[in-house]
Design a protein around this ligand. Structure first.
Ligand code: ATP
Length: 447
């Protein structure tokens, strides 16, 4: 039986993933597969942090059993498959009790939602939750007759909860999250930097540490029960890294859980769409149409044309050295831009320079008789200052471009959860096929 949960936290407290760890600890049911941490539309305004929603499959397990966590020194196991489904209403009562214990009650903007369903939902719902700002009534209509749900406060969390159950898990990464409730703020920056360099030794991990910006990315920015989170494509490496961290640092944690996630998959990116919609995220091939310019605050922009519409590409201040790439583009360059779209601007997550145009510069010609550079007297009128002879044509120079064709990405410090790091492009492939889902290939998804 699948459970989806969202919207239990605020910026200063709690993390819905911690509630999953408490379900794993307290529940009388077995866990089937990994719990899911599913990131949804990064562009909606009412998210708390990274717009993550959670799911877990519970019941009587069968098949292979593997370790997916450890809480208070006891291993948490997961089974390959389900042999007996629990009663949906009993399960809802249990989950509702645990969510009620932990959600942030002092904040009226925390609106938990819980969905319990015997099957996953159609991937189109997941795709909609990556692209749109969905209204709660739409989800209630969708769930009626299909699943049971409960809301606390206005229950806005049912949107994320339902969408997380529609994730088809085509591209999967893992995150090991280590916990201490309510939070753990004792680590100095130097310790954090040296801890973050441990997972960096493993090729299968990503977004651990940003050396250029001295930023240990495995630690949360906000107060939460998460001590650190390590992301990777190999869950066994994550277990090894956890042991190495524990052996080398005196971390007084409660324990950890490994989640299956859509982080680092580019699932939010729609490739070369016919139209660009507000709040959507895209990869589009464009021709650069202006020289770059910057505005107060260190934000860089450049004009571009996509299928005859004029747009801007933006690299904001937090993207640091990535802005230099934008600064070196000139009109005529062809690039593939990846990022979210709002008010005519793509906020760049990465860019692929496909072809560079020639940077030509016209200079007054040298007079062949006097070997002196001529002076410009107006359009296509050059005069030798010595013999006064006139020349019509300038000399054209090709200026070497400082940049090369290929992929460039924003640094880890500015990277979004969903953005596929270049490191994973060979692992997953460059083009996104998420949006090829249609009604026929979703038949097993409870629609
Ligand atoms: P965290 O990353 O710490 O879990 P968060 O950023 O996920 O926090 P929440 O507190 O969970 O933030 O709030 C996100 C809210 O947005 C939830 O109510 C969720 O149901 C809702 N939501 C998620 N995706 C969409 C969407 N595409 N359209 C409308 N609402 C959405």
């Amino acid at each position: 039986m699948y459970v989806g949960i969202d919207d239990t936290d605020n910026k200063n407290e709690m993390c819905t993933t911690y509630i999953i760890s408490q379900i794993a600890r307290n529940s009388r049911y077995d866990i089937i597969g990994y719990p899911g941490l599913v990131r949804l539309n990064p562009n909606i305004s009412h998210k708390t942090r990274g717009n993550g929603a959670l799911n877990i499959n519970l019941g009587k397990g069968a098949g292979n059993k593997k370790i997916i966590g450890k809480i208070n020194d006891k291993y948490v196991y997961s089974y390959d498959r389900i042999k007996e489904e629990p009663d949906a209403y009993e399960l809802m009562d249990l989950i509702y009790g645990i969510v009620s214990d932990y959600y942030v009650k002092e904040d009226e903007n925390t609106n938990p939602g819980i969905v319990v369903s015997s099957s996953r939902f159609h991937p189109q719902l997941y795709m909609k939750a990556l692209e749109d700002d969905i209204r709660p009534e739409f989800i209630e209509n969708y769930l009626d007759g299909r699943a049971i749900y409960r809301k606390i406060n206005n229950g806005h969390g049912i949107i994320g909860a339902a969408a997380s159950l529609a994730w088809p898990a085509e591209k999967i990464t893992y995150e090991l999250l280590d916990y201490k409730y309510p939070h753990y703020n004792f680590l100095q920056r130097d310790t954090k930097l040296s801890m973050a360099s441990i997972p960096e030794k493993y090729e299968s991990t990503f977004n651990n540490i940003d050396y250029a910006n001295n930023y240990p990315a495995i630690f949360p920015k906000f107060k939460t029960p998460v001590i650190f989170g390590i992301r990777g494509v190999n869950s066994y490496d994550l277990l090894k890294i956890y042991d190495e961290m524990k052996a080398n640092y005196n971390i007084k944690d409660e324990g950890f859980i490994i989640f299956e996630t859509n982080q680092g998959t580019d699932d939010h990116i729609i490739n070369e769409p016919e139209y660009l919609f507000e709040l959507g995220s895209y990869s589009i091939t464009v021709v650069v149409s202006s020289y770059p310019y910057n505005i107060h605050g260190g934000h860089y922009f450049i004009g571009a044309k996509y299928k005859n519409i004029d747009i801007n590409l933006a690299a904001f201040e937090p993207t640091k050295d990535f802005r230099k790439i934008i600064w070196s583009l000139i009109p005529g360059d062809v690039v593939k831009a990846y990022g979210s779209y709002s008010m005519g601007t793509i906020k760049l997550e990465k860019i692929k320079i496909i072809s560079l145009s020639k940077n030509l510069k016209a200079e007054p010609p040298v007079c062949p008789n006097c070997r002196v550079k001529t002076k410009s007297k107006g359009k296509l009128d050059y005069r030798c200052p010595v013999c006064r002879r006139r020349y019509k044509n300038p000399e054209i120079y090709i200026i070497n471009r400082k940049i090369k064709e290929g992929f460039y990405e924003v640094p880890i410090i500015a990277r979004r959860h969903l953005t596929m790091p270049l490191k994973l492009i060979n692992y997953f492939g460059e083009e996104n096929d998420m949006y090829n889902w249609n009604s026929s290939n979703g038949q097993n998804h409870g629609v």
